[in-house]
Design a protein around this ligand. Structure first.
Ligand SMILES: [Fe+2]
Length: 512
């Protein structure tokens, strides 16, 4: 039985295909359209997933730029699962508007047509896309059933079901879905229940985004820049934030003081009172970053870490589980995750690599398959006999065949040299040791925001200049932005204060 998951219309639209609980394919729409964080209906990603499903493991149905469907007939699917409940979400937007009216009228009027035209009409849109991919119901049959999960159910499922744990506490930390912004759940076997929730407008994700906006970065994509800036600052605003903006209880529950935020009326994340609290208006994007921005970054990071630790302690008390699974956009905060691991509240953590909304496309069909249909979980064990996660290294996207690559390079007159499999790694090692920067494109594309070696830029981590060379010359980006080190799994302990593998760039550890 094959289920197709879809997430879209907020940010990072994606599609995912599961077959009997195994993940066959998952991809973000942005990788095909080249529009970063593309939030449109993921028609290309759906097409890729269906084509991949029809070709089995060895298939290579076309990479980004191809229409993904050339390789053959698209696969028959048995159900489609959408990652949230649009009517509930719309209800939240209406209620929020009514609570602040007439403020917010303008943004409400701007948002309304899209809701009425597209966002409330998911089933026809899905049927149309499937028809376009010639997958629908085959010859004249009815289209596959469409299911809806709640947003945080999809996040929680994306964290628990692919994890290597039979039982675990589950924490979702996010901006907002329908109403929930934060949930604590418990997973046991194929069952997953959410047992606590914090509701909009009280949101750790939106609080972090408010600081992202105020320090001049883009909301929903610049959050990791703010995290990268934090180590350069001091926590001189931490107490002020806790006094004025957020009231955190011992169990990790919290309330935001909405007098400082603008997102209820949809005009901006923060308002004039927020600016007055931090000594002036937001930093205009692209203007120089000052000490204030660095200190704000450090301070909101410290507050986030405190909330995450308290929530995790509460989740442990509530569930009694020894393991914790995490998802939701805040779970991409690898600094907070590292602190959480070292705090020892849980024996082990597993974080969904596509922790943001793209991962909803993966969690939604898994929730239906296991939680609603009661199907048993798939287990995979590694060479050591230890249970592994189901993400296959998050390498779930399209790949290019050798022929496609040859053709691409030859068409453009780009010189090429073909190496035997055993030769390319030593060649790259020699190149980077000599100071070169190398772009890698091989195998299947990563699912989730992190480049994990198959679509990556690599350089010599021993060179003190390499970070700025790569940031300024190669990627044209801010000099403070960090890169991830990559070392052999069995040697991780030689370099880092870390006693376990970290394959998904989701845990920050100190250097030995
Ligand atoms: Fe989300």
């Amino acid at each position: 039985m094959k289920l197709l998951g879809i997430s879209c219309y907020y940010h990072d639209s994606a599609a995912c295909l599961i077959d009997e609980g195994r993940i066959v394919a998952a991809a973000q729409e942005e990788r095909f359209t080249r529009i970063k964080h593309d939030n449109g209906f993921p028609v290309n990603a759906v097409r890729y997933c269906l084509a991949q499903g029809s070709q089995g493991a060895e298939g290579s149905p076309g990479g980004p730029g191809s229409d993904g469907g050339d390789g053959g007939r698209a696969v028959q699917i048995d159900g489609v699962v959408f990652y949230d409940k649009p009517l509930l979400k719309f209800h939240r937007i209406l209620e929020t508007y009514l609570a602040v009216a007439p403020r917010g009228l303008r943004s409400y009027v701007q948002a309304l047509p899209l809701w009425l035209r597209e966002k409330l009409w998911i089933p026809p849109r899905i049927e149309e896309a499937l028809e376009a991919c010639a997958a629908g119901a085959g010859d004249g049959g009815s289209p596959p059933p469409i299911y809806f999960t709640e947003h945080h159910e999809a996040h929680a499922a994306s964290a628990f079901y692919p994890s290597p744990f039979d039982a675990a506490a589950v924490l979702t930390l996010d901006g907002v879905g329908e109403w929930a912004t934060t949930t604590i759940g418990v997973g046991e076997g194929e069952q997953l229940r959410l047992i606590r929730e914090i509701r909009f407008p009280h949101s750790l994700g939106l609080l972090y985004s408010a600081f992202t906006y105020f320090t001049g970065f883009k909301v929903n994509s610049g959050e990791y820049k703010l995290m990268g800036l934090a180590p350069y600052g001091t926590g001189r605003y931490t107490d002020l934030i806790k006094r004025e903006l957020i009231d955190v209880k011992e169990d990790g529950s919290f309330r935001l003081n909405m007098e400082y935020f603008g997102y209820l009326d949809g005009l901006a994340m923060t308002n004039g009172r927020f600016a007055a609290l931090f000594g002036g208006p937001p930093r205009p994007p692209e203007s120089p970053i000052g000490v204030r921005e660095m200190d704000l970054a450090r301070s909101i990071q410290e507050v986030t870490e405190e909330v995450v630790l308290k929530l995790a302690r509460h989740a442990r008390e509530l569930t009694g589980k020894r393991h914790l699974c995490l998802a939701g956009g805040v779970a991409l905060n690898c600094v907070a995750n590292g602190i959480l691991l070292r705090a020892g509240i849980f024996d082990d953590l597993w974080i969904q690599p596509a922790a943001g909304d793209a991962g909803g496309a993966l969690g939604a069909p898994l929730a239906v398959w296991h939680n609603a249909m009661g199907k048993p979980r798939v287990t995979v064990t590694g060479a050591s006999g230890k249970r592994r996660d189901l993400m296959q290294g998050a390498l779930l996207g399209p790949e290019f065949s050798a022929d496609q690559i040859r053709e691409y390079l030859d068409d453009r007159g780009i010189p090429r040299e073909e190496l035997a499999d055993a030769d390319w790694a030593p060649r790259i090692a020699r190149l980077i040791a000599a100071g070169a920067v190398v772009g890698l494109c091989h195998g299947r594309m990563e699912f989730g925001p992190r480049a994990l070696g198959n679509r990556s830029i690599v350089g010599d981590a021993r060179s003190p200049r390499m970070q700025s060379i790569m940031n300024l010359k190669i990627k044209y980006r801010e000099s403070f932005r960090p890169f991830a080190p990559s070392v052999l799994e069995e040697r991780a302990g030689d370099y880092f204060e870390l006693d376990r593998p970290s394959p998904y760039m989701l845990l920050v550890a100190d250097v030995v």
